[in-house]
Design a protein around this ligand. Structure first.
Ligand SMILES: Cc1ncc(COP(=O)(O)O)c(C=O)c1O
Length: 396
């Protein structure tokens, strides 16, 4: 039965992890894997999360099943974090999922059920797993132009032109904030213009918000979700708690749908729940219990928000340091986009061959497409990194 199976291509991000671990050079730097790191290089467990875990450990009396849709209180709390208080709640439903990837999986299954073989427009480039999850659910992936590689910013006119020619009913995948891998987000006025085209042309937005709080803040980062929720009859949203709560391995997220009316919302939620039952039966409970405990306690919630603000500020100061370092070494502004990009990722503009040189000659690990995780840098490594990038590009 397994005789004809071929090895799948290596995952460009995950395959770096074991190579990095085995690298014995003491000066090695990991900018590959997408996790936040603090000044000591560790991925911290936020204080509020630790405290919530203690409370859960003491108070929990059973590990009996919760159910395929997970904890409704968690869904409500995350729903309010994402959609804000003023959303059309009677038309919104959500279920708890194993991370953002689980949410995208059940949402892709729902799209496929409602519109078999539908076209889903994804940005070029996008998170690689988007394409895999959508195609695995029988959907047709179409790319839309996203990045102006000369400026490191969104190529907005070309993007808008793409959507002004899309078919009614097509699905449009948007990164809610902190675009992965480019770090380039549309401005508010650009989101507004894009939302108008989406509404006018009857496109259905699928917003993936995996880094809420890492860009401009919890509220500001949800701008496009909230904007669209007030403008379109139907939308889908995938939300992840992995990064902003620092609970990556606890697999915590939520899938939401906004429907034309309460009746359609109930039907869509019931079908989403069937998808969950078929794919993984039920989401894990621990992560959602942590999130619920934090968000239900005003003191813990305030502490979590403060720590999230610190993470965002630390990424921002690394970005500014990096742009300043490149400015010094190049006497130019080619890398200024690094300070403008949002969230953990940017494309540093290296070819796959140059990325390999960076790894082999300088012990710096980045993804082959040139994606760097800015949060993987420590302030003391900024100049080393900038010099190494310029060296492999033959600019130094
Ligand atoms: C854009 C994007 N969406 C979704 C996810 C899924 O996150 P998780 O499944 O770990 O919650 C990620 C994780 O890297 C991501 O970058």
């Amino acid at each position: 039965m397994f005789d004809d199976l071929i090895m799948p291509p290596a995952d460009k991000i995950l395959s770096l992890m074991p190579i990095f671990r085995q690298d014995s050079r003491s000066n090695k730097i990991d900018l590959g894997v997408g996790v936040y790191r603090d000044a000591s290089g560790t991925t911290p467990i936020p204080r509020a999360v630790r405290e919530a875990e203690k409370r859960i450990h003491t108070a929990q009396t059973t590990k009996a099943y919760v159910g395929p849709a997970g904890d409704p209180v968690f869904c409500d709390l995350i729903g309010r974090l994402v959609f804000g208080e003023a959303a059309p709640w009677e038309r919104i439903r959500g279920i708890q999922t194993p991370g953002g990837a689980g949410a995208l999986t059940v949402l892709a299954g729902l799209i496929s059920l409602a519109r078999p073989g539908a076209a889903v427009h994804v940005p070029d480039p996008t998170w690689v797993n988007h394409v895999s999850i959508l195609e695995d659910n029988g959907l047709r992936v179409v790319t839309y132009p996203y990045l102006d590689r000369r400026t490191g910013e969104v190529d907005f006119d070309t993007l808008l032109d793409h959507f002004s020619r899309s078919e009614r009913g097509d699905i449009v995948l948007l990164h809610g904030c902190c675009h992965n891998p480019t770090g380039a987000d549309p401005s508010r006025s650009q989101w507004q213009a894009l939302a108008e085209i989406i509404a006018e042309r009857g496109l259905v937005p699928l917003v993936d918000i995996a880094y809420q709080g890492f860009g401009e803040g919890l509220e500001d980062d949800a701008f496009v979700v909230r904007l669209l929720a007030g403008m379109v009859p139907e939308m889908l949203v995938s939300s992840s708690c992995s990064k902003n709560f620092g609970i990556y391995r606890e697999r915590t997220g939520a899938a939401f749908i906004l429907a034309r009316n309460a009746d359609r919302a109930d039907a869509a939620k019931a079908q989403l729940t069937v998808r969950a039952r078929v794919v993984y039966s039920m989401p894990p409970d621990h992560g959602s219990a942590i999130v619920r405990t934090v968000l239900e306690d005003p003191a813990l919630a305030a502490d979590w928000r403060a720590e999230l603000d610190d993470m965002r500020s630390s990424i921002l100061s690394l970005r500014q340091g990096l742009a300043a370092s490149f400015r010094r070494f190049t006497n130019g502004s080619d890398y200024d986009f690094l300070a403008k990009n949002k969230g953990m990722f940017s494309l540093i503009g290296l070819t796959p061959g140059e990325a390999v040189m960076l790894r082999e000659q300088h012990a710096i690990y980045i993804v082959e497409d040139g994606r760097i995780n800015v949060a993987g840098l420590q302030a003391s490594q900024i100049d080393t990194f900038a010099e190494a990038v310029l060296a492999v590009r033959g600019k130094r």
